[in-house]
Design a protein around this ligand. Structure first.
Ligand code: PEP
Ligand code: MN
Length: 285
């Protein structure tokens, strides 16, 4: 056993992540989500509402994003809300709806898990589990995700350095799960004109440091619907392996994050533009 004392000189700085590093494995890892591959030459698009709000909202939005060319559905059933008075999500009922529309469309889905006690249950429904920004350093949750049989989408903590982000991913690999996708979703800076500062420089940095796929969330990264397409295009240009985009059939009525959700038409237009950017860098969508 290594000396566990935190004051030990060996443990006074950051350890260099090993399992996640390119030095340990030079080939890029391909993560397969129900038949959809992340980390290869194709750029993968995850789209759907911030939260599952109703059967009609989820089904209409999911069918539309499929028509627009999305490969994976997103939707939160357990929502990490800043206020306890805000809509908290539909819980297991939401997971059932996600499973149903996923089966109908043939698109796999990703959904957030916030609690160690729910990892097993969420993983039974979902094709990939998401650990959100607020839980990036929830070590018991990372450990539980490491012991789970489903791939994990790990979002960067809003105050986390690249080093801390990689070490969080290292926890999941260390506990046995090497199917991890990293997601840059914006960090907190002094800037307040956007919800977060989308750190696109994290993409080439992460791609050089780790073999894991790296995707970008331009929705939480900006908080502004009109800015999402520009940053989504920039993310593809800078080398992201995919995008996760919030789309709502009626954003103005959304119970969560409507101000940053694209409507269906906007999503369709964005997909057309993204294909051109992908082609310009010898990739495809
Ligand atoms: C989300 O994807 O719905 C979400 C809550 O994202 P984040 O954890 O990045 O804030
Ligand atoms: Mn959201």
């Amino acid at each position: 056993m290594e000396n566990d004392n935190c004051n030990h000189p060996k443990n006074s700085g950051f350890t260099i992540p090993t399992k996640v590093s390119r030095a340990a494995k030079s080939d890029s890892t391909i993560v397969n989500i129900g038949g959809v591959e992340f980390g290869g030459s194709a750029i993968v698009i995850i789209a759907g509402p911030c939260a599952v709000e109703s059967r009609e909202q989820l089904f209409e939005t999911s069918r539309s994003v499929k028509d627009g060319g999305a490969h994976v559905i997103r939707g939160g059933a357990f929502k990490p809300r800043s206020s306890p008075y805000s809509f908290q999500g539909m819980g297991e009922e939401g997971l059932k709806l996600l499973r149903e529309i996923s089966n109908e469309t043939g698109l796999p889905f990703v959904t957030e898990v916030m609690d160690t006690r729910q990892v097993e249950m969420v993983a039974e429904y979902a094709d990939m589990i998401q650990i959100g920004s607020r839980n990036m350093q929830n070590f018991p949750l990372l450990k539980e995700a490491g012991m789970c049989s489903k791939p994990v989408l790990l979002k960067r903590g809003m105050m986390a350095t690249i080093e801390e982000f990689l070490l969080a991913a290292e926890y999941i690999l260390y506990h046995g799960n090497d199917q991890v996708i990293l997601c840059e979703r914006g960090i907190r800076t002094f800037e307040t004109s956007t919800r977060n500062t989308l750190d696109l420089s994290a993409v080439p940095m992460l791609k050089s440091r780790t073999h894991l796929p790296v995707i970008v969330d331009p929705s939480h990264g900006t908080g502004l619907r009109w800015m999402v397409p520009s940053m989504a295009k920039a993310a593809v240009a800078v080398g992201a392996d995919g995008l996760i985009i919030e789309v709502h059939n009626h954003p103005e009525e959304a119970l969560c994050d409507g101000q940053q959700s694209l409507n269906i038409d906007e999503f369709f237009r964005l997909m057309t533009d993204l294909k051109k950017i992908a082609q310009a860098i010898d990739r495809n969508i």
